[in-house]
Design a protein around this ligand. Structure first.
Ligand code: HEM
Length: 496
């Protein structure tokens, strides 16, 4: 045997296998006492086992095997997955400050550049969150004034659907228009005509952003941003559109900066501009254009597609379950009648309808992994130490389908939210908006919108599928970051 060749082989094995292994072991030591997880490849971690199409299903399987806290490795980066109601409560609420960071998801960072509320941590996040919550409340979130804006949009929506006189419609765009206009009226102080090119551009950009974020391409970009940037694909056009959206927001803000009377702000942008003027001499102020522009993107991206796709899915489920649709309509007819629009005060007297909306949200599981968090410091939990800066996934899915917490966890069933007497039964495991310090900032707005749009639509129309209900497919299309429900055509048959 050629000894030079044998030596070369040995050297090759050392370099190719043992060296990475040694590097890996020394690197892992820095990560202290992380929770357990599946066996891994020294170079790729658990990437080969990872399900890019439906990662949350992979996480659910791991939690069944390893318990409520699990570590996986994306190449050489650890990710901790937390599942189950108790563990999520103990971490997201009990250790809320420690788990309050936001991990730098590359695709989200591309849109926000590290500013705004959704993708920031620490002082910047706290300041932006406090300002956003206060300003949204000032403009009516959770109050009657927002109800007026939503009702007006519901009226436009109903009028638009009526024009089709029961022939086939594709409700996706109409629902997006209505929901986006609610945010527009808060952010810009006015609604848009559906044909407005700027409005259409914003809608399209948010829609594409969500689709890419929730696709295998988005997952790959989030793990290997530099590599995926080298390949052609839809993401390049998206990046250009995101830049254009930022420019548009900036122009809107600049116009208010130059012209408006900011002492009495009429919209979200004016309220921010007022703060910018108040703090212009503070060198470390968070009130500047970069934060404003990203904040606006956060409100549009998090506040439109989520709510409109929930409405889209709710109509699909009504067509799949015509008996449920009929019972909702009967309840609305008895309580609201047909001569006035539903109001938020009706909710308490519409327990079945309320249960339907809740179980639409629970069963569709829109955000199975919430938006990944990060630890703000080395954090001890359950005997493990999760180092500062580790990505943490709150696996909301694990709570929403837990058979110990729901009567019928695996399919849509309003009984999950009703007691034996048909009264609405609250359940703390309803964590679709997540929990703790990072809980959805627009929860109150989303709940009001879902209730008013859904009840107004079912008061005016019966929704009927183009195929028999048993042939309707209700499974979502994209399932990675968020579970995006199907788009479809249907009949909206007028009742009034
Ligand atoms: C059905 C509708 C909605 C659902 C299911 C939903 C769900 C969520 C979830 C799961 C999170 C992540 C929480 C976490 O990190 O643990 C979140 C965050 C957020 N949501 Fe919503 N959301 C909805 C509607 C809205 C609306 C209407 C707005 C806008 C006003 C909004 C604005 C936000 C923002 C800004 C964040 C980031 C909060 C932060 O990082 O502190 N969402 N949402």
């Amino acid at each position: 045997m050629d000894t030079t060749l044998t030596l070369a082989n040995v050297l090759f094995v050392v370099i190719a296998v043992l060296l990475p292994l040694l590097l890996w072991k020394s690197q892992r030591k820095q990560f202290g006492r992380l929770p357990p997880g599946p066996a891994l490849n020294p170079l790729l971690g658990n990437l080969l086992q990872f399900d890019v199409k439906e990662p949350y299903k992979f996480y659910l399987k791991l939690s069944e095997k390893y318990g409520s806290v699990v570590t996986i490795w994306l190449a050489n980066t650890p990710v901790v997955i937390i599942s189950g109601y108790e563990a999520l409560k103990e971490t997201m609420i009990g250790l809320g400050e420690e788990f309050s960071g936001r991990d730098n998801y590359p695709l989200i960072m591309k849109a926000t550049l590290g500013y705004g509320v959704l993708s920031t941590s620490g002082h910047r996040w706290k300041e932006m969150r406090k300002f956003s919550l206060m300003t949204l409340k000032n403009f009516g979130m959770g109050r009657r004034s927002i109800e007026e804006r939503i009702r007006k949009e519901a009226e436009y929506l109903v009028e638009m659907m009526k024009k089709f006189e029961g022939s086939a419609i594709s409700p996706a765009d109409m629902l997006s228009n209505a929901v986006t206009n609610v945010i527009c009226s808060i952010v810009f102080g006015h609604r848009f005509e559906f044909e407005d090119p700027q409005f259409k551009f914003l809608l399209q950009t948010v829609n594409t952003y969500f689709r890419i974020l929730s696709s295998p391409l988005g997952q790959l970009y989030n793990v290997f941003p530099k590599l995926i940037s080298l390949f052609p694909g839809k993401h390049h056009q998206l990046f250009k559109d995101l830049e254009e959206a930022r420019e548009y927001f900036k122009r809107e803000a600049q116009a208010r900066m130059n012209n408006g009377d900011p002492s009495c702000p009429q919209d979200f942008i004016e309220a921010f501009v007022l703060k910018m003027k108040e703090e212009k001499d503070k060198p470390d102020t968070e009130y500047h254009f970069d934060n404003l522009v990203s904040l606006l993107w956060n409100l549009f991206s998090a506040g439109t597609e989520t709510t409109s796709s929930t409405l889209r899915h709710s109509l699909l489920l009504m067509m799949k379950h015509p008996d449920v649709q009929e019972r909702v309509q009967k309840e609305i007819d008895e309580v609201v009648g047909q001569d006035r629009w539903p109001s938020i005060e009706d909710r308490q007297r519409l327990p079945y309808t309320d249960a339907v909306i809740h179980d639409v949200q629970r069963s569709m599981d829109l955000a199975p992994i919430a938006i990944p968090h990060k630890t703000m410091c080395d954090t001890e939990y359950n005997g493990y130490v999760i180092p500062k800066g580790t990505m943490v996934i709150p696996l909301l899915s694990s709570v929403l389908i837990d058979p110990k917490l729901w009567k019928n966890p695996n399919c849509f069933d309003p009984e999950n939210f009703l007691d034996g007497d048909g009264r609405f039964k609250k359940n703390d495991a309803f964590v679709v908006f997540s929990m703790g310090k990072r809980v959805c900032l627009g929860e109150a707005l989303a709940r009001t919108e879902l209730f008013l749009f859904f009840t107004s639509l079912l008061q005016h129309f019966t929704f009927k599928a183009m195929v028999p209900p048993e042939e309707l497919d209700t499974t979502p299309t994209n399932c990675s970051f968020s579970r995006i429900p199907r788009t479809y055509e249907c009949y909206a048959i007028p009742r009034i």
